[in-house]
Design a protein around this ligand. Structure first.
Ligand SMILES: Cc1cc2nc3c(=O)[nH]c(=O)nc-3n(C[C@H](O)[C@H](O)[C@H](O)COP(=O)(O)OP(=O)(O)OC[C@H]3O[C@@H](n4cnc5c(N)ncnc54)[C@H](O)[C@@H]3O)c2cc1C
Length: 419
């Protein structure tokens, strides 16, 4: 398993709870960092999960599991306090600590930290079929396995327009805390610009006010204004794990339409209480005559370059078409993730001769019937498995489906050996 994020942690739990001891003891998770942290660089003290704590790594599959969020709180002596908070949406740091606890509570599946996967190579049997994989780590070490589960999250999206600006001046949200909180006070950007109109952009914009108290942040977005996520309970039923079957069985054009209609449930929006908080902050600044923050709607970045020590952004006003420069110190990108397959997976597919990556209902890449080794993909199958694919909502059930597929394939292999 590559990556010890929520997806592979949930899978490790499902494998342990399946009772397949040998599979659990042979399973290894590789994590690039020295510990487990959920959204490591946006672990802001006030940021909350957008889904119910009941959608933890196990509860929807096995409400009696010892790996539940409630059991974590119980073990930490935090249950009374959490109940008294009267919320379904825990703080992000608390869910992150829960995931670290799950990792520590595993009894059989092992985790190797500081193990960044650089490359995956297929291993071939004499008949030319794939019989396993070799994973190469950044320190040059290699690990062989029969089955591989990629749970590394999606690749970050950095718009082309920023390609000529040095990396230390263009900071994606996945590097926010590393960049800002570790800077000496004199190095902190006083004129930061945040690009984007969705949750991570808004979180960075808000956080900058606290992390750099004397800065004057600007937020730039193409859209007509910050919007709330769509939170209709009717539409939210489409995040049920049972909807994955319905979605998977739809014709491709219907899937596209459904994804399009559901876009604002997960993308391009903010949690409603958070949107109100930002609006109130700006209102107070305006009314009290202490305006330090700017939000620019309907504005597009059409150019970006360095001029001596400043970043210069060319901003096009969508209302007038007029282009004018904005000088700043650092650009923070809340531009999200690339919808395509991660580069590591796309590269592997090319090398094993797959033009289109097709993933079965149980998340296994189609490598042809003769393949002995398998590769499963977690969190990158939105086009075929629905908008909840990158979210926590479906993890408990998805883990069970992958575990069942792994065990079924082993049963077939064992039966073949017996014959
Ligand atoms: C700011 C933010 C907030 C979010 N909030 C929510 C929310 O409230 N609710 C929700 O359901 N979803 C939320 N999401 C969506 C998020 O994708 C999921 O919650 C969840 O993190 C997906 O889990 P994952 O394991 O697939 O991927 P990730 O969480 O991205 O975990 C991937 C893991 O793999 C490791 N890794 C990556 N590459 C390598 C490599 N080459 N070698 C070794 N290890 C590697 C990473 O270090 C990481 O530990 C949020 C996303 C963001 C960006």
């Amino acid at each position: 398993m590559i990556g010890a994020g929520p997806a592979n942690l949930a899978l490790a739990v499902a494998i342990e709870e399946s009772g397949a001891l040998q599979v659990a003891e042979n399973a290894l998770m590789l994590e690039q960092y020295p510990d487990i942290k959920w959204q490591r660089d946006l672990l802001l003290p006030w940021a909350r999960s957008q889904v119910s704590f009941l959608k933890d790594l196990v509860t929807l599959r096995n409400p009696r599991s010892r790996f539940s969020f409630l059991n974590y709180l119980h073990q930490q002596g935090q249950l009374d306090d959490f109940v008294n908070l009267s919320t379904f949406n825990p703080y992000r740091w608390q869910l992150s600590a829960y995931q670290q606890w799950v990792a520590e509570s595993l009894e059989h599946v092992r985790i190797r930290f500081n193990a960044r996967t650089e490359r995956i190579d297929p291993r071939y049997a004499e008949d030319g079929s794939i019989n396993g994989w070799t994973v190469t780590l950044s320190d040059g070490d290699t690990i062989g396995c029969r089955d591989l589960v990629v749970g590394t999250g999606r690749d970050v999206h950095i718009p082309e327009v920023f390609r000529d600006v040095p990396a230390d001046r263009v900071v994606h949200s996945t590097r926010y805390a590393s960049r800002v909180t570790r800077l000496a006070p004199t190095e902190r950007p006083l004129r930061p610009v945040v690009i984007g109109g969705a949750q991570s952009a808004a979180e960075m914009f808000m956080a900058l006010h606290q992390d750099i108290p004397d800065c004057e942040p600007t937020m730039i977005m193409r859209s007509v204004g910050l919007k709330n996520y769509q939170t209709s309970k009717f539409v939210n039923e489409l995040f049920y794990p049972s909807f994955v079957d319905e979605f998977y069985n739809m014709p491709p054009e219907t899937r596209m339409q459904v994804l399009d209609e559901m876009h604002l449930t997960n993308y391009a929006g903010l949690a409603p209480p958070f949107l109100d908080e930002i609006y109130s902050m700006l209102y107070q600044q305006k009314m009290l005559g202490r305006q330090r923050s700017t939000v620019r709607h309907m504005t597009e970045v059409v150019g970006a370059r360095m001029d001596h020590d400043e970043v210069v952004l060319d901003l096009r006003d969508r209302k007038t078409g007029k282009i004018e420069p904005l000088r700043c110190d650092v650009v923070f990108l809340g531009t999200g993730y690339a919808p395509r397959m991660p580069a590591m997976v796309a590269d592997l597919a090319k090398r094993v001769g797959i033009a289109d990556i097709n993933v079965s209902r149980r998340y296994r890449v189609d490598l042809g019937d003769s393949a002995w080794g398998a590769i499963y993909l977690q969190g990158v199958n939105e086009q075929t498995h629905g908008i909840a694919d990158s979210l926590i909502s479906v993890l408990a059930h998805r883990s069970q489906e992958i575990t069942e597929d792994l065990l079924d394939r082993r049963a077939v292999a064992e039966a073949a050996v017996e014959v």
